[in-house]
Ligand binder design. Structure first.
Ligand code: NAD
Length: 320
């Protein structure tokens, strides 16, 4: 039996695949390599329990053919659906980006679950499904969900498709609502962007927004632990969980200052105006992870600890 990971050459998938292989599972990773990188999964290619195929999951016939040929007669027990557009501003500029990579990949994954009798789906959803709740703490029961980005809208639509599948044919679904996830190998995100700017010009660090944006951050090692914990301990056919740190989050100012101290201590930080980094950015959210802590899981790092570690790791990844 095979664990199928879509978006398998992406940032979070790399840690997920590592842990699945360590647990003794056989893993098939599919990715169209638009944002992921084959170099990240290179070390796994030597492992006989791991296979990779370059496949566009947004196109059903391509996804089906790629999957069946890579499976070579084997069956899938678990589908970890990680493929999506991870560039939220790009999806804001062109709604087709999230229609294709965030929604159609999910829609097709669910169609293939039905067709190929895959019992279980684990879905990488996002806190972006909720929209902007200001300073109100967001629990899984908070609502209505009113996303303010095309990305969030297409994640919410994907969740709806999966919940219908659970009624119609799927045996089980775990929907993970991720916070901002940090760590390596970074492919995008605030730390990656800030370090890239310093690489181009070590004297100045322009920041999107005024630095007061405050969000919950989780290290990728904690995130993947939580996913595997829910997969093992979730008690329902459909399990929806916020995953995140237990603190109130960290500010963009904290991130900018830590990046500067790590990579270019003499740089001048130049803040922008307003509390949104870009249209569709949620300036602050407070995340309730009580449902998950009640199930018995807590993160090892809080938001600032996760950021400090990730900034060191990403700076090293970028040779800084
Ligand atoms: N990183 C975060 O902070 C965060 C937060 C919330 C949710 N998520 C979700 O977690 C998942 C993984 O995100 P990530 O941060 O590792 O991003 P990532 O961009 O590194 O990984 C996504 C992978 O999906 C692949 N992909 C995109 N469209 C595809 C397609 N049509 N066919 C096949 N592959 C395709 C990309 O090439 C990439 O390798 C995504 O679903 C993302 O929306 C991430």
């Amino acid at each position: 039996l095979v664990h199928l990971v879509t978006g398998g050459a992406g940032f979070i998938a790399v840690t997920l695949i590592k842990k699945l292989l360590e647990k003794g599972h056989t893993v098939l990773a599919l990715d169209n390599l638009t944002r992921g990188n084959i170099a990240y999964i290179e070390p796994f290619l030597k492992n006989p329990s791991f296979t990779f195929a370059k496949v566009d999951c947004a196109d059903l016939p391509t996804f089906r053919t790629g999957l069946l040929s890579a499976l070579n007669g084997r069956r899938v027990s678990d589908l970890w659906h990680m493929a999506a557009n991870s560039d939220i501003p790009a999806g804001g500029a062109d709604a087709n980006v999230d229609l294709r990579d965030t929604f159609m990949t999910s829609f097709n994954a669910v169609v293939l679950m039905n067709e190929q009798r895959i019992p279980t789906i684990h879905f990488a959803s996002s806190s972006a499904v909720y929209g902007d709740f200001g300073r109100t703490e967001i629990a899984e029961t908070s609502g209505p969900c009113t996303p303010i980005s095309n990305y969030g809208a297409m994640k919410l639509a994907s969740e709806a498709q999966i919940s219908a599948a659970v009624e119609l044919f799927a045996v089980r679904a775990n929907i993970f609502r991720f916070p901002n996830v940090v760590g390596v190998p970074a492919t995008h995100g605030v730390i990656f962007d800030l370090l890239n700017k310093l690489k181009k010009d070590p004297s100045i660090l322009p920041v999107l927004g005024d630095g007061t944006q405050q969000k919950s951050y989780l290290h990728v090692s904690d995130l993947v632990d939580a996913m595997l914990f829910i997969a093992e301990h979730g008690q329902n056919k459909l399990n929806i969980f916020n995953i995140g740190a237990t603190d109130v989050g960290a500010t963009v100012r904290f991130i900018a200052e830590t990046v500067k101290a790590t990579a270019s201590p003499t740089a001048h930080i130049q803040y922008g105006v307003g509390d949104k980094g870009w249209p569709g950015d949620v300036p602050r959210f407070r995340y309730s992870v009580k449902k998950l802590t009640d199930l018995g899981w807590s993160p090892r790092m809080n938001s600032e600890q996760a950021l400090r570690l990730a900034i060191k790791e990403i700076a090293a990844q970028m040779g800084m």
